[in-house]
Design a protein around this ligand. Structure first.
Ligand SMILES: C[S@@+](CC[C@H](N)C(=O)[O-])C[C@H]1O[C@@H](n2cnc3c(N)ncnc32)[C@H](O)[C@@H]1O
Length: 260
């Protein structure tokens, strides 16, 4: 496949998650992904802060671990939304999936089954970029948030994230030289020595485009962080020296811009 090929689209994103659903569930539930458990989850929870009494949306919730974490931290109610039916089923069937303070929806974040102004905090935790209409989800996040609400977006770093190999034989990956176009990274997940059954497919937009989509929807960026292992983590675990050699993640906190 080549960049711009008509075969590449939101359908491929969904199909990839559907075929990798069992793999993904295992990685998350066995806490095998150190990037997630030791870096991004910590940064995201720190930025979210106190969730007590909040109505929240976990956008692209997967098998639901973050929804469950938010509930255990006192959120009043969490909606988990995901396009992958297998992962939504896994979230509902988890022993805590029946908690009355959570609700899982098989839906697209670009068309949320939620009322206007009903949510205090939207969290998009490693939600891949939309493809057909990438900006639409931000309009939806804006719509469902209360005026004082916050949006938190944890993504792969738009400037530095690249495929492990540039054309690694298992898929297509455009290089950082394609930065101002739409970069495509298509590869299998490889976590703790376990390789996913099929490739996942993601597109990357430049930082300018990425932030432009968010601000055009009516948000201001209030915090920009680049989650990474601390010096102490690097000293105590040599894993990070070989596996975290450049910025991999970007975490944004956004507030709604209100008219004067
Ligand atoms: C990398 S996984 C992250 C899942 C979970 N947030 C986590 O961190 O374990 C991305 C998730 O986003 C979902 N997803 C992708 N595009 C979506 C969309 N347009 N609407 C809702 N979910 C989507 C996928 O099905 C997948 O479960």
């Amino acid at each position: 496949m080549t960049q711009g090929d008509e075969m590449l689209g939101d359908l491929e994103v969904s199909r990839g998650y559907q075929q990798n659903a069992e793999y993904w569930e295992r990685i998350v539930r066995q806490r095998l992904d150190k990037f997630q458990t030791e870096v991004t989850d910590v940064a995201l929870m720190n930025l979210i802060g106190d969730c007590s009494g909040a109505n929240m949306l976990d956008a692209g919730c997967g098998e639901g671990y973050f929804t469950r974490d938010l509930i255990s931290r006192g959120a009043a109610h969490v909606h988990g939304v995901d396009t992958c039916e297998e992962l939504i089923t896994a979230a509902r069937e988890h022993p805590e999936g029946g908690c009355l303070r959570s609700e899982y929806h098989h839906a697209d974040v670009a068309d949320l089954p939620l009322d206007d102004g009903s949510i205090d905090v939207v969290v998009a935790n490693r939600l891949p970029h939309g493809i057909a209409d990438p900006a639409k989800r931000f309009d939806e996040f804006r719509r469902v948030l209360r005026p004082s609400g916050r949006l938190l977006v944890l993504s792969m770093h738009p400037c530095f994230y690249a495929a492990r190999g540039e054309r690694d034989g298992v898929g297509f990956a455009s290089t950082i030289d394609d930065y101002f176009g739409v970069r495509t990274v298509q590869q299998r997940f490889d976590v703790a020595g376990l390789t996913s059954p099929v490739e996942s497919f993601q597109q990357f937009y430049s930082l300018e485009q990425h932030i432009g989509m968010i601000t055009a929807a009516g948000f201001a960026i209030t915090t920009l962080l680049e989650p990474r292992p601390s010096p102490e983590q690097r000293r105590s675990d040599e894993f990070w020296e070989t596996n975290f050699t450049r910025p991999l993640f970007m975490l944004l906190e956004c507030a709604i811009v209100t008219a004067n």
